[in-house]
Design a protein around this ligand. Structure first.
Ligand SMILES: Cc1cc2nc3c(=O)[nH]c(=O)nc-3n(C[C@H](O)[C@H](O)[C@H](O)COP(=O)(O)OP(=O)(O)OC[C@H]3O[C@@H](n4cnc5c(N)ncnc54)[C@H](O)[C@@H]3O)c2cc1C
Length: 488
């Protein structure tokens, strides 16, 4: 075997997975056909759960200064009236702010630096996946082309993180469910010189039928505009600087900026039908594509990576059988679908180019806002379910992380508690758990450990005495330890 896990694709999904597997000591090989990080504009937003994953990788403090919090997301019509508006919640279970705006390449570089330090992970760029030659109980063999020619790589498991066009998904013959959403947009990043205070500091969708437009602050000093293409407009023409300059003209008196990256994409909603075939698993855009209106595509890939990493490590440690990997798709797919469906709902509000249809949309949405004035909270991500979760209160939700400030420094509970499985409960439940559970599960007595204050409050509110928390910090189930492990 060349590796226990072969990751094909070194984008944010593959890099997060490689870093987590490296942390867990799994022998991993990563290949990517490109030497460099993808250069065109893509993700601009990630949420608190993703920051918490990257916190566990040790890069939160490094990346935080290059992000910016965002408090609201407003959809306005051609007359400037707000059709719907979402506010970021103040508190989250991750003890990080709800929403971060960022510059994707910076984070990808930070992830690669983590991987570089992992002794069990090797990275080969300039190596292109060609085909799967064997995929059976013994593992998988893939053929790869690199600078020295063609060769084969054998691994116990392969995780395809090879993006939207996923050659691995195609080689496996896995089809995709298509939500029938397919809209072309021009995406432009700009770099602001000097004062940017006059530019909106919230995310905005301009639901203007003559040119639906998205505006987003990104990392400090960067802003994003997205312009929907009209029927007959040609991507190559839209990418001309003169064309982009004309589109940005109405914004010029608000700030002085230079053009940065630009691209035309078709925004899709797609879900692969099988996320596991034999010993090959699909993750990130290879498994699903989300239109960007919720800023959740990359987030979904990071959640996939986090879900898979500890399961693979459990299998390699011998603590779990291969069947644990069958829980991956049942846990992740409903979550991914709910995000795609919410993004398509938002996209359908914005992507109206017919004047009469836009007039009706505006009338309906303004009436709805009049009936229920104010802003809605951005809906929290749904709980996970099925898979390995044990039906009980809070199962499938994130365990609350505690943030304390000690000597002027932030301290978060994931950083001070062990990384693996934890049973956290009030004194009697924790004592009982200590007697019952295997040594691989760390026990936290929430009556004695004030670093679990937020978790204690979460369990008290649900009236449960304890929770089994997985390495991805989801609650596997609640109740006494006997619910999870029985004495032989
Ligand atoms: C305009 C736009 C805006 C977006 N905004 C957001 C946002 O705000 N928030 C958010 O969460 N998401 C957003 N997304 C989505 C997000 O960018 C993607 O979901 C994310 O980048 C996918 O990461 P990935 O690692 O799964 O795939 P990719 O980043 O595509 O990585 C795939 C890798 O596989 C490699 N590869 C491909 N074929 C082969 C092969 N044959 N052999 C070897 N290697 C191969 C590629 O070189 C690449 O490095 C946006 C996307 C777009 C287009």
């Amino acid at each position: 075997m060349d590796a226990d896990v072969l990751i094909i694709g070194y984008g944010p999904t593959g890099a997060t997975l490689a870093a987590r597997l490296g942390q867990l000591g799994v022998k991993t090989l990563v290949i990517d056909r490109e030497h460099e990080i993808y250069p065109l504009p893509r993700a601009a937003h990630f949420d608190h759960e993703i920051m918490r994953v990257w916190q566990r990788l040790g890069i939160a403090d490094e990346i935080a200064p290059d992000t910016r919090p965002i408090g609201a997301y407003d959809f306005v019509n051609a007359a400037g009236q707000s059709l719907m508006r979402f506010e970021s919640p103040i508190e989250t279970p991750s003890a990080w702010q709800a929403s971060f705006m960022f510059h994707q390449p910076g984070i990808e570089q930070a992830l690669r630096r983590v991987v570089d330090k992992c002794q069990s992970v090797r990275v080969e760029t300039g190596a292109t996946f060609l085909d799967i030659r064997r995929n059976d109980g013994g593992g998988a063999v893939v053929s790869v082309m690199d600078g020295n020619g063609m060769r084969e790589i054998e691994a116990r498991y392969v995780v395809a993180c090879d993006g939207a066009s996923s050659p691995v998904r195609k080689a496996l013959g896995v089809g995709q469910f298509d939500y029938g959403f397919d809209e072309p947009w021009l995406v432009v990043d700009v770099i602001v010189e000097g004062d940017d205070k006059k530019l909106p500091q919230i995310g905005m969708q301009f639901c203007v039928p003559s040119r639906p437009t998205t505006f987003m602050p990104m990392s400090p000093g960067r802003y994003r505009w997205e312009f929907m293409l009209k029927r007959g407009e040609v991507p190559a023409d839209m990418l001309e600087d003169a064309r982009i300059t004309a589109l940005l003209a109405p914004w010029r008196d608000l700030a002085s900026f230079t053009l940065g990256r630009k691209a035309v994409y078709r925004f899709h909603g797609l879900v692969a039908q099988e996320w596991r075939k034999g010993n090959v698993l699909l993750a990130g855009d290879a498994a699903h594509q989300t239109p960007p209106f919720m800023g959740q595509g990359l987030c979904a890939g990071v959640r996939d990576a986090e879900n898979l990493a500890w399961k693979l490590a459990e299998v390699f440690s011998g603590r779990a059988g291969d069947a644990l990997l069958n829980t991956y798709q049942p846990e992740r797919e409903p979550h991914v679908r709910s995000m795609i469906e919410a993004a398509i709902f938002m996209g359908r509000v914005v992507c109206v180019q017919d004047e009469a249809e836009a007039e009706k949309r505006d009338a309906d949405m303004l009436a709805a806002r009049k009936a229920a004035p104010g802003s809605a909270a951005i809906p929290p991500a749904p709980a996970l379910s099925g898979g390995a979760f044990v039906a009980s209160p809070l199962a499938g939700t994130l365990a609350a992380q505690t943030l304390r400030v000690i000597g002027g420094k932030a301290q978060r509970s994931d950083d001070v508690w062990p990384q693996g499985f934890i049973y956290a409960g009030f004194a009697a439940a924790a004592r009982d758990a200590a007697a019952r559970l295997p040594a691989s599960v760390s026990i936290i007595d929430l009556d004695a450990d004030s670093r679990g204050a937020s978790l204690a409050a979460q369990l008290k509110a649900a009236q449960v005495e304890g929770a089994l928390i997985r390495p991805d910090r989801y609650i596997q189930g609640t109740g006494p330890a006997a619910n999870f492990f029985r004495r032989p």
